[in-house]
Design a protein around this ligand. Structure first.
Ligand SMILES: [Zn+2]
Length: 327
C-alpha cells in the first residue's frame, strides 16, 4: 500500500487534493478517461418553488447506478476500496492515519474524491461523526463532503467511506439558506447549535449548524441514536449526509430516507427510469446513466421518485418532536 501514498506539497488538504487530481489525470488511465467522459455529459434543469433539481446524463456512472449491493454479490467481488487492492497507478493522500483520499474514476463532479478508511469495515456512520466533521472542514476550501448510507446509494456498503466534490456543484449547497427560511421548522436553537427540520415539498431533512466541533459531534450522535430507534432497525437507519463547512462553521444535513431505489428503477420497458438516488441526486443533481432516461424524465417523475425515497411528512414531524426532546 505504501507505493499508493501520494505526498502533496501543500499542507491544506483541499489544495493537496487538487495536486493529487492533477497528477492522477496524467498518471492513471482510468481516471483520465473518466475525467474526459465528463466533457460529454448533458444537463437539464427543473425549477421548483425555491430550488432547482438538475438531471445529468452521465454514462460513466452506470457501474455505480446498477451496482449490485446484495450481500452475495458484495462477497464475490474484490473490494475496490481496500488499500491492498488499489491499482498501482492509483495514488491517495493519507488522512489522520485512518483514511486515504482517492480520486473517483467515475466522476459526477468535475473534481470527485472517495475517502475510504484504511480498514475493511462496513459502511456505518456511527462513531465516524468526528472524522466527518474534521474532513469536511479540512477539505472546505473547495469541497463538500458527503456520506451515503449502506442502503442509500453506497456502492461499497462493506467498506467504510466518505466522498467529496466541488462546493456549490449540488444546487442545495447554495440554496440552503433560502430553503431554511422558506421551509424550515426550528427544532432547537441553543448557544452552540441550531437544529432545523426542512420539508421543501420534495425532500425531508434535518440540519445541524454549529461552529463548535465537540457540541456538534455529540448532537449528531444523539440524533442518530434517536433516528435509529424511531426507524426501528438493527442496522443503520436510511440516510444520506451532506457536510458543508463555511464562514459560519459546519452545516450537517441529514436526508431522511424511506427507500433505496424508487419503483421506476424496477419497471420494465418504456416505464423504467434507471435512477438510483444517493446524496448527490438528492442534493439536486440526479444522475441518469442512460440517455433515453435523460431525454424522457419529467418534473412529475422527479416528484414521484423523491416522494418514494424520502420519509413521509408525518414521519418527519415525529422525528422533529423526538429530536427536540433530546436538547
Ligand atoms: Zn475493503
Amino acid at each position: 500500500m505504501m507505493e499508493n501514498i501520494f505526498k502533496p506539497k501543500s499542507s491544506d488538504l483541499g489544495d493537496a487534493a487538487k495536486e493529487l487530481l492533477a497528477e492522477q489525470i496524467i498518471e492513471w488511465d482510468l481516471l483520465a478517461s473518466g475525467n474526459k467522459s465528463l466533457k460529454s455529459i448533458k444537463v437539464k434543469k427543473f425549477e421548483f418553488e425555491g430550488f432547482d433539481i438538475k438531471v445529468q446524463f452521465n454514462p460513466g456512472r452506470m457501474v455505480s447506478t446498477a451496482a449490485k449491493v446484495d450481500p452475495k454479490s458484495i462477497k464475490e467481488r474484490k473490494c475496490f476500496l481496500c488499500p491492498q487492492n488499489l491499482p498501482p497507478a492509483q495514488k491517495g493522500i493519507l488522512y489522520q492515519e485512518k483514511y486515504i483520499v482517492l480520486c473517483n474514476p467515475f466522476p459526477i463532479f468535475p473534481e470527485h474524491f472517495t475517502i475510504p478508511g484504511l480498514e475493511h469495515k462496513p459502511q456505518v456512520i456511527k462513531g465516524a461523526f468526528p472524522a466527518l466533521i474534521d474532513i469536511s472542514k479540512d477539505l472546505s476550501k473547495y469541497y463538500t463532503v458527503f456520506y451515503n448510507g449502506p442502503k442509500c446509494g453506497a456502492s461499497a456498503p462493506d467498506h467504510f467511506h466518505f466522498q467529496a466534490g466541488d462546493k456549490n456543484f449540488m444546487p442545495i449547497d447554495g440554496e440552503y439558506e433560502n430553503l431554511k427560511s422558506k421551509f424550515g421548522q426550528p427544532v432547537y436553537a441553543g448557544g452552540d447549535i441550531t437544529i432545523t427540520a426542512i420539508d421543501d415539498t420534495l425532500r425531508k431533512m434535518i440540519s445541524f449548524e454549529s461552529a463548535d466541533k465537540a457540541a456538534l459531534a455529540a448532537a449528531l450522535d444523539k440524533f442518530y441514536d434517536k433516528y435509529k430507534e424511531i426507524a426501528a432497525v438493527e442496522a443503520e437507519p436510511m440516510l444520506n449526509i451532506l457536510a458543508f463547512y463555511g464562514e459560519k462553521g459546519w452545516r450537517i444535513l441529514f436526508l431522511l430516507r424511506e427507500k433505496h431505489r424508487p419503483s421506476h428503477y424496477f419497471r420494465e420497458g418504456e416505464d423504467q427510469i434507471l435512477l438510483s438516488p444517493a446524496s448527490v441526486d438528492l442534493g439536486g443533481v440526479c444522475i441518469t446513466p442512460l440517455e433515453k432516461d435523460f431525454n424522457k424524465i419529467t418534473k412529475e417523475n422527479l416528484i414521484e421518485i423523491f416522494s418514494e425515497v424520502f420519509i413521509s411528512r408525518e414521519k418527519l414531524d415525529e422525528i422533529k418532536k423526538e429530536t427536540a426532546k433530546l436538547f
